[in-house]
Ligand binder design. Structure first.
Ligand code: CAP
Length: 439
C-alpha cells in the first residue's frame, strides 16, 4: 500500500495546484489502521486497486487521489456496518474499530464537470469495501474552477420572488393532497380554492407526474385556467410546480408541455431522476425548477453509510435547482434542526457567484409552525410548504391557505398567533385543529 500523505502543507501533499482538486471528507471506520484505510480509499477511487498494476505508478502523479488529513476520533468494540470480515452482532473480540474523519483530495481532471462521474469517484464503489465498517461522505469542497463549469440556478431566490412580486416575507405554499387519485378537474378545483386563500405557490405531490388518469397536459390546462381565475379575484399570482419526473428522454418533453401550456414552474424528483437529469433540465428550462428530494434518506439517514444531506443539497444547487427541499424545523422528518440548517446554508452560501436556491421547508407544516421556522431560519428567504396543513384544514383549502398567510402576517408584525387568531377565524381553527403553535 502506498504511503500516507497526511499533513497540512498542500505543496507537499499534492503535485498539482489546490484548484485542481475536490476535497471530500469522510467518516471512516476500520479494524485496521485508519490512515491506511483512508489511503486505500483514495487509491481504489482513483488510479489503483487491491494490488499493484503496471502503469499505475505513472498515472498516480496526475490522477491519484491523495489523503490530506486523517483525524481519529475514537474506537468501538463492534463494527458499525456488517462485513464478511467481521459480521455484525458477533461478540466483542480483541479487535477494536477506529473511526475518524479523513479528507481526501480528488483531481477533477479524472471526471470533469459531470456530477454522475464525480459521484462515481467520491461516492461510488467505496461503500462496498469490506475493510470499512463505516463510510459516509460528509462534505465536498469544490474549487471555483470546477464550479464555474456549472450553470447553478437560473432563477434562484431572487428570480422566484420577482416572478411572484413578493419580496419581504416567506412564501406561502402547499402540496396538493390527496397526493394521488384526483383527476385534472378535481385537482384544479382544490388548487383554485387554495390559491383564492392567498398561496404564492402550489405543487404536485412527488407521487404524481404523468399518469394515465391525470395526464400532465390535461392537468396543466385545468390548473392554469383555475389559477387565472383565482388571480383575477385576488390580484395575486400563484406559481404552480408541475412534476416532470420521468425517464430521462421524456423530461424535456414534459417541461415543454408545461411551458407551452402556460405553466410557471416545473418540479423534478431529482434523486430518483439523477443529477444528470437535473442539470439537463436546468440548461433547458424557461421556468424555475422545484427540486424534490424523495429517496435521499436511503443514502443519508444512516450515520455509518452513504452521504450527508448537505452534499445532496450542494450538488443539486450546482446542477441548477431554483427551489430546494431542506427538510423542516420541528416537522415530521428525521433530520435534526442542525442538519436542516446546514441544508439551508448549502442553499445560500457563497459558491463562486452561483445564484442561491430558495430553501423549501416541508414535512408536517401548518400555520402553527410559522413562528418557529421563521425564527430559526433567521431570514424570510424560504418557502413554507404545507400539504395536510392546507388541504387538511377543517374548513377546506381556502381556509387552510388563509391560516398560513395570517400566521406569516402576524409573525412579521411580531404578534403571537394566539392573539392574531382572536379575530382571524381560519388561523384560530388551524390552531385548534392542528393543536400547537411553536415559537
Ligand atoms: C409533505 C410531503 C413532502 C415531504 C418531503 C409529504 O406533506 O408532501 O413530500 O415534506 O419533504 O408527502 O410528506 P405534509 P422533503 O405537508 O402533509 O407533511 O423533500 O423536504 O424531505
Amino acid at each position: 500500500m502506498p504511503g500516507c500523505f497526511c499533513g497540512s502543507d498542500w505543496s507537499v501533499l499534492i503535485p498539482m495546484d489546490k484548484a485542481d482538486y475536490i476535497i471530500a471528507s469522510y467518516l471512516l471506520e476500520t479494524d485496521g489502521d485508519l490512515e491506511e484505510a483512508a489511503d486505500a480509499l483514495a487509491t481504489e477511487q482513483s488510479t489503483g486497486t487491491w494490488t499493484d498494476v503496471p502503469g499505475e505508478g505513472e498515472a498516480r502523479e496526475r490522477h491519484g487521489a491523495r489523503v490530506v488529513k486523517v483525524t481519529k476520533q475514537g474506537e468501538r468494540d463492534r463494527p458499525s456496518l456488517p462485513t464478511r470480515f467481521a459480521p455484525q452482532g458477533e461478540a466483542p473480540t480483541a479487535r477494536t474499530y477506529s473511526w475518524g474523519v479523513a479528507e481526501i483530495a480528488f483531481p477533477h481532471i479524472n471526471f470533469g464537470p459531470r456530477l454522475p462521474n464525480l459521484l462515481s469517484a467520491v461516492a461510488g464503489n467505496l461503500f462496498e469495501m469490506g475493510a470499512f465498517t463505516a463510510v459516509k461522505l460528509l462534505d465536498l469542497e469544490l474549487p471555483d474552477e470546477f464550479l464555474s463549469r456549472f450553470p447553478g440556478p437560473r432563477f434562484g431566490i431572487e428570480g422566484t420572488r420577482e416572478l411572484l412580486g413578493v419580496f419581504d416575507r416567506p412564501l406561502a405554499g402547499a402540496i396538493v393532497k390527496p397526493c394521488v387519485g384526483l383527476g385534472p378537474r378535481e385537482l384544479a378545483d382544490i388548487v383554485y380554492q387554495a390559491a383564492r386563500g392567498g398561496l404564492d405557490f402550489i405543487k404536485d405531490d412527488e407521487l404524481l407526474a404523468d399518469p394515465a388518469y391525470n395526464p400532465l397536459e390535461d392537468r396543466v390546462d385545468a390548473v392554469m385556467e383555475a389559477l387565472g381565475r383565482a388571480e383575477q379575484e385576488t390580484g395575486e399570482k400563484t406559481m404552480y410546480a408541475f412534476n416532470v419526473t420521468d425517464r430521462s428522454d421524456r423530461i424535456l418533453e414534459l417541461h415543454d408541455i408545461v411551458v407551452d401550456g402556460g405553466g410557471t414552474c416545473v418540479m423534478l424528483n431529482y434523486v430518483t431522476a439523477g443529477f444528470g437529469a437535473l442539470r439537463m433540465l436546468a440548461e433547458h428550462t424557461r421556468v424555475p425548477i422545484h427540486a424534490h428530494r424523495d429517496f435521499f434518506p436511503a443514502f443519508t439517514r444512516s450515520p455509518s453509510l452513504g452521504l450527508s444531506t448537505k452534499v445532496f443539497t450542494k450538488l443539486s444547487r450546482i446542477a441548477g435547482a431554483d427551489q430546494l427541499h431542506i427538510g423542516a424545523l420541528a416537522g415530521k422528518l428525521y433530520e435534526t434542526d442542525d442538519e436542516v440548517l446546514e441544508n439551508v446554508a448549502a442553499c445560500m452560501a457563497d459558491l463562486d457567484g452561483l445564484k442561491r436556491s430558495m430553501p423549501v421547508s416541508s414535512g408536517g407544516q401548518h400555520a402553527g409552525k410559522v413562528p418557529l421556522t421563521w425564527r430559526k431560519m433567521g431570514h424570510p428567504d424560504y418557502l413554507h410548504l404545507s400539504g395536510g396543513g392546507v388541504f387538511g384544514h377543517p374548513d377546506g383549502p381556502e381556509a387552510g391557505a388563509r391560516s398560513i398567510r395570517q400566521a406569516i402576517a402576524a409573525t412579521s408584525e411580531s404578534r403571537r398567533l394566539e392573539d392574531a387568531a382572536q379575530d382571524q377565524v381560519e388561523l384560530r381553527r388551524a390552531i385548534e385543529y392542528f393543536g400547537e403553535v411553536l415559537y
